[in-house]
Design a binder for this molecule. Structure first.
Ligand code: GLN
Length: 194
């Protein structure tokens, strides 16, 4: 019997959600744009994309999505935040006025690489994905500054900064796997979702 395609939501309020949907579809899942709370029902996972974390956070509050996303996390459904999405998952991001979901025990620093280094790429060693390096694309990226006991580090920059973590069913990356042709990180997420 053919297994029905898994429905994975991508928060589509602002930012780079189309690229995630294209990647999910390439991997045989069904990427679904999410803008309303009822669209969270029946999803087997959710991706919070990159973009502008303050805008996405404010819109998520306005659209009434915060409780539903927190419920997904509690129910053990996987959630993955990339870049701005990672900031939204954090417990703190250093801006008291910015709405956050606070689902992961991490503290992040926004735009951690400063104005001079707006964007850069780096080869990352990510043992969870295999031996081949993963090309990390960083765009005005945040850095993870503090992690709690239950948080597992998946990747660091060569200089040591933490850029990918997992806490049970929750995943966060400071970089943008959806902007590469490498599908391994999306496969890793889908494996948590199965
Ligand atoms: N700098 C953005 C923020 O702080 C994140 C950038 C991104 O998602 N590419 O929200």
């Amino acid at each position: 019997m053919v297994r029905p395609r898994r429905r994975i939501g991508v928060l589509a309020l602002q930012g780079a959600f189309r690229e995630h949907i294209a990647m999910l579809d390439r991997l045989g899942a069904n990427g679904v744009e999410v803008r309303l709370p009822e669209q969270l029902e029946g999803l087997e996972g959710l991706i919070l994309p990159g973009g502008e974390s303050t805008s996405i956070g404010k819109l998520a509050v306005e659209y009434g999505l915060v409780d539903g996303i927190a419920r997904m996390a509690r129910e053990g459904r996987p959630i993955w935040g990339t870049c701005a999405g990672m900031i939204l998952l954090a417990e703190s991001a250093g801006h008291p006025d910015q709405p956050l979901l606070r689902l992961m025990d991490i503290s992040v620093r926004r735009n951690a690489f400063g104005r001079q280094v707006d964007s850069f790429e780096a080869d990352l060693s990510i043992p969870a994905l295999g031996r081949k390096a993963f090309r990390g694309i960083f765009i005005r990226a945040p850095l993870i500054e503090k992690i709690g006991e239950r948080v597992e580090v998946l990747a660091r920059l060569p200089e040591g900064g933490i850029v990918a973590v997992r806490q049970g069913n929750l995943l966060a990356t400071a970089f943008h796997p959806e902007l590469t042709a490498d599908t391994r990180f999306h496969r890793y997420f889908l494996a948590i979702a199965s």
